[in-house]
Write a protein that binds this ligand. Structure first.
Ligand SMILES: NC(=O)c1ccc[n+]([C@@H]2O[C@H](COP(=O)([O-])OP(=O)(O)OC[C@H]3O[C@@H](n4cnc5c(N)ncnc54)[C@H](OP(=O)(O)O)[C@@H]3O)[C@@H](O)[C@H]2O)c1
Length: 265
């Protein structure tokens, strides 16, 4: 019998690559995103993760067809850039809605069924940016930090169950994510921020352009899915990016701020 997986964010980037990879490996994959996915072998479940009721309905459709769910790979997410002082609140809220509340909704809708699988896996996708505060990406960092906390809490809550949870924190990935995110126009920012914002924004765009391939991240996630015992956290990226999450934890606060400040000077 094939294992049943729900992959969110399946219409693009990591979710798309992972849906195809798992299908190739014999999983039956349901691909969830707002746009209906058209990937060979992947069953489309169009839904918005910020809409709890829509997610429950989509998961209900999967359950009606399969009767069980073995893995959830929650890749859907959005970026967002702007200054805390002036980024439109509505844009900031959309990032939190999709990244934090979307993760919450996906967990609530799927956990009752995952708990019935004898070997269930739930992978939540955060970001290296969730381990630190990056200038002009505050709401994205906050939303991904919230995903890390959600994942850590869930692991402890699920003790004694068959569900293993892990939080995946990738570095930059060369996907379409820049094109689909809100980026505050530099001209809207106060002169205090404007030049540093321009440089930070340019660095973000370049880093994503030159980032890992979505396929590479999908392969790493598929390998994590196969492990017998999952660790709480997996960082996927360049050695320096992995090191940054450790340095952030062990360096005194001002020393870490000095390091990051040099990068974003
Ligand atoms: N790209 C990077 O450099 C990078 C780095 C670290 C972490 N990440 C994280 O890795 C994950 C995958 O990123 P990616 O680069 O592959 O992104 P991507 O190519 O932009 O794809 C994002 C996916 O999420 C879906 N999505 C977004 N909002 C949604 C919503 N409200 N409801 C349902 N689906 C929604 C999109 O589908 P629809 O638009 O069709 O809904 C799309 O399938 C995200 O969580 C992202 O934050 C990315």
């Amino acid at each position: 019998m094939p294992q049943i997986a729900l992959v969110t964010g399946a219409s693009s980037g990591v979710g798309e690559a992972l849906s195809l990879l798992l299908t190739d490996r014999g999983w039956r994959v349901y691909g969830l995103s707002r746009r209906s996915v058209e990937l060979e072998g992947v069953i489309a479940l169009p839904a918005d993760i910020s809409d709890a009721e829509a997610i429950r309905r989509a998961v209900g459709q999967l359950l009606d067809r399969e009767g069980r769910l073995d893995a959830v790979l929650h890749c859907a997410g959005v970026g967002g850039a702007g200054a805390v002082e002036s980024m439109p609140e509505e844009q900031a809220r959309q990032v939190m809605e999709a990244n934090f509340w979307g993760s919450w909704n996906v967990c609530q809708a799927t956990l009752p069924y995952l708990r019935k699988s004898p070997r269930a896996r739930l992978l939540l996708v955060s970001s290296i940016a969730g381990h630190m505060g990056i200038p002009f990406r505050s709401v994205y960092c906050a939303s991904k930090a919230a995903v890390i906390a959600l994942s850590d809490s869930l692991r402890l809550e699920l003790r004694g169950s068959t569900v293993q949870v892990a939080c995946i924190s990738p570095g930059d990935i060369a996907t379409n994510s820049i094109a689909t995110q809100y980026r505050q126009p530099a001209g809207d920012l106060d002169p205090l921020y404007r030049e540093r914002y321009r440089r930070a924004d340019e660095a973000m765009v370049n880093n994503v352009d030159q980032g890992m391939s979505a396929r590479h991240v999908a392969e790493k996630m598929a390998a994590i899915l196969e492990r017998e015992t999952l660790s709480p956290h997996y960082v996927i990226g360049e050695p320096v990016q992995k090191l940054s999450t450790i340095a952030q934890r062990i360096l005194p606060g001002r020393a870490w701020e000095w390091v990051l400040g040099r990068y974003y000077s």
